[in-house]
Design a protein around this ligand. Structure first.
Ligand code: BDR
Ligand code: CA
Length: 314
């Protein structure tokens, strides 16, 4: 099994990423920490805690991470209500959690866990990369020990989803993404290139309802909100994107995607090209530890995804 930390801005698809990590018997979820984006960091953590309660997994600790981007001058939005609902989880009410948010701050938890588990640890970010960049700046030796870092973010071969060039998680904190992408850390980037092709429909969510009329139905309510939003914004897709849960899947089974090694940078100038993930001309021929997912076996992934979810909800 892999020890995993999930760094989320819960978020409908973040909720599916959490579910995937709990459902996969190959994952031992060591903790969840929150970032900001779909919703503020404290509410993102609260949403994660409620989901854990819904699934009766209160033993997983939840930490609040950085609440703002490294470049404090700039934050795009505080709540992405249009896409994820006012409360981040499709405006579905989940019962209040009885467990408490952990006291330690998320960045220090990340550093301590990296120290403790080193190579055995895998970190998946499904929100802005602020916590990981802050942890790397504070203790690069510890963060370099992490065995596997997988980030959902960026767009190399397709347009962005916030601007024509920017993907949401990168756009929330391009400075953080740039620091990580231009570092020597081993990172797999799971961006819109593959996530926009990996889709879920109500045909699948309805199976969760049948199999578990309480937790399964709640999750289906949350995700159906997102599917409706996608139907409106991207009618050509015919479903909602599995951005964040795909990153979790890839962290465990890299063969879901094909990757290319590439030195990327992220543009941080406040102009029309803000927050673009683009090949770094100056380093194009240098070795790199960054692998960018450009192809996905969506059918196999969706089969695994559905089997895990149904077994978990049963
Ligand atoms: C990413 O942005 C967020 O809105 C989603 O949760 C996902 O992490 C997709 O661009
Ligand atoms: Ca997210």
């Amino acid at each position: 099994t892999r020890k995993m930390i999930l760094d989320v801005d819960t978020g409908v698809d973040d909720a599916m990423a959490i579910t995937y990590a709990l459902a996969d018997p190959n994952v031992e979820l060591i903790g969840i920490l929150s970032s900001f984006g779909n919703i503020e960091a404290d509410r993102a953590a609260a949403n994660a805690l409620k989901l854990l309660q819904l699934y009766q997994c209160p033993q997983v600790p939840v930490f609040i991470g950085r609440a703002n981007p490294l470049d404090h001058q700039y934050q795009r939005i505080a709540v992405n209500a249009q896409i994820h609902g006012e409360n981040g989880i499709g405006d579905v009410n989940l019962p209040a959690a009885t467990a408490q948010i952990a006291k330690q701050n998320g960045v220090d938890f990340l550093i301590d866990t990296a120290q403790k588990y080193g190579e055995q640890l895998c970190v998946v970010t499904t929100g802005p990369m602020t916590n990981l960049a802050a942890a790397f700046a504070k203790d690069p030796v510890a963060i370099r020990k992490i065995g596997n870092i997988t980030v959902m973010g960026g767009a190399l071969t397709v347009p962005g989803n916030v601007t024509p060039v920017a993907e949401a998680n990168v756009e929330q904190d391009p400075v953080a993404a740039n620091q990580l992408f231009t570092s020597d850390l081993k990172i797999t980037m799971v961006g819109l290139d593959v996530t926009l092709r990996t889709l879920l429909t109500k045909q699948e969510t309805s199976q969760w309802r049948t199999c578990n009329p309480t937790a399964g139905a709640k999750l289906a309510d949350i995700v159906d909100f997102y599917i409706d939003v996608y139907d409106e914004i991207y009618p050509e897709l015919g479903g909602c994107s599995l951005h964040d849960p795909l990153a979790v899947g890839v962290a465990i089974d890299p063969s879901f995607v094909t990757t290319i090694p590439l030195n990327l940078l992220v543009t941080t100038e406040h102009d029309a090209y803000y927050a673009r993930t683009i090949g770094d001309k100056a380093r194009l021929n240098e070795p790199t530890n960054l692998n960018v997912a450009v192809g996905v076996d969506r059918e196999r992934y969706l089969n695994v995804f559905m089997k895990l979810f149904l077994d978990f909800l049963e």
